[in-house]
Design a binder for this molecule. Structure first.
Ligand code: SF4
Length: 417
């Protein structure tokens, strides 16, 4: 379940049932205002709700004044080791501070930052990293690393509460995905504060995206986590934002822009689906509407499992079908499939409804029926899945049928989006 408490980073609510917040971190030298602002605009356009900037030097804290004033989204100052930079960042107007109470130089210095943050109503993220646990927890870390991470986080929570500071969220980060999952599950049971999720140094765009999807996805599906950052080894911070959104969209937690679904292809594929899917994906990036588009490599299964999509194409050797809402719209030459698909999407978005030409729709339906009939005996992946489902429903198979209504994220789109 989401955290009981809620904080605000600028105008963005985090925790307490608010939509899961997407954040990222600029990769520029913060004091390089041109480069930093350019990246902030890019990540905001990609869908970041808040952005974090590293503040390792005086000039970075100073630059925050301009950055905060010009940024379209709230700005978090990321501080390590030097509490005076935290104080300066708060004075410069940062909407939040990220601080590791274990590396800032002792309780008194944390207290100084907490006092000013309380005065200015600036929230903090307090966090532990698997690589920097306090010394007294090193023995526990060797025996039970997850317990050590949770113990460190609880100690920091108690420290902040002892300083009368409760305007914070908490993060436990590890490069190890199972530890991150287990530690955050435990922590969510023990504290009411919002949780920030991330996999430290996840990796490249490919491996890092997968590790994040597994780690963050497992937690979010359980309702654990109120804000996420996907860490990728790329200078293009907007890539992190795009991956974060794909995770949230896949779980039905938030909606943003189009959803593309595509069949995995098989030996029945009759056209160059790789390049068609890539082109559609790229063209869909220009849309903000939550339109769902399906791409099927052949028409052997009819529209089948893509019938819930708003629009779709089913390809064949020379011709293909455009469909909408599970019904054929028209048959077009293969070379025109993608352009016609986008014409139909644009027209429907302009009008708010799909225009159906009955004669063309009937021609498309007849073409589809002919292909289905010709291939009636083919066992396609979709037909096998449908047969398995039917067998389970009739009690002829003991395979477990996935109950999509019982998904842990069902309904959350509407309560937390
Ligand atoms: S049979 Fe299914 S997986 Fe194979 S190309 Fe056709 S739609 Fe794609």
């Amino acid at each position: 379940m989401p955290s009981k408490r809620q904080i605000f980073v600028g105008s963005v609510p985090i925790g307490g049932g608010a939509p899961v917040v997407v954040q990222t971190m600029t990769k520029t030298e913060t004091s390089n205002l041109t480069a930093t602002m350019d990246q902030i605009h890019k990540v905001a356009e990609a869908g970041a709700d808040v952005v974090r900037c590293a503040v390792p030097r005086e000039q970075d804290a100073e630059a925050l004044r301009t950055i905060v004033a010009e940024s379209p989204i709230p700005v978090i100052a990321d501080i390590h080791f030097n509490h005076t930079l935290a104080l300066k960042a708060i004075e410069a107007g940062a909407h939040a501070i990220r601080l590791n109470p274990g590396n800032i130089g002792g309780r008194d210095k944390v207290a100084e930052v907490a006092e000013l943050a309380n005065l200015k109503k600036v929230p903090m993220r307090i966090g532990v990293n698997s690589g920097s646990l306090p010394k007294h927890l090193h023995a526990l870390e060797r025996e039970a690393p997850v317990d050590a991470l949770v113990a460190a986080a609880i100690e920091f929570v108690e420290l902040m509460e002892g300083l009368d500071f409760t305007n914070f969220k908490v993060s436990i980060k590890s490069t190890n995905v199972p530890y991150t999952i287990a530690a955050n599950r435990q922590l969510a049971e023990k504290i009411p504060y919002p949780l920030h999720l991330g996999i430290t140094e996840a990796g490249t765009k490919w491996s890092g995206a997968l590790k994040s999807a597994v780690g963050l996805g497992a937690l979010l599906a359980d309702g654990v986590g109120d804000t996420i950052r996907v860490s990728l080894s790329t200078f293009h911070a907007e890539e992190e934002v795009k991956v974060a959104w794909e995770i949230l969209k896949a779980l039905g937690l938030r909606e943003r822009g189009p959803v593309l679904i595509a069949c995995p292809t098989c030996g029945r594929l009759q056209f160059d689906m790789d390049s068609v899917v890539a082109e559609i994906e790229q063209r869909l990036e220009g849309y903000e509407e939550a339109v769902e588009v399906a791409v099927l490599g052949c028409a052997v299964n009819g529209i089948g499992e893509a019938s819930h999509a708003d629009f779709g194409i089913a390809g064949a050797k020379n011709e293909g079908l455009i469909f909408a809402g599970g019904k054929p719209l028209r048959k077009v030459p293969q070379a025109k499939l993608v352009d016609t698909l986008f014409e139909e999407i644009d027209k429907s978005l302009d009008r708010g409804t799909v225009e159906v030409d009955e004669a063309e729709a009937q021609e498309g339906a007849a073409w589809l029926a002919k292909i289905e009939e010709e291939n009636a005996g083919d066992l396609t992946p979709e037909k096998i899945a449908a047969m398995e489902k039917e067998a389970v429903e009739k009690g002829e198979s003991d395979k477990v049928l996935l109950d999509e209504e019982a998904s842990p994220t069902v309904g959350r789109r509407f309560t937390r989006a």
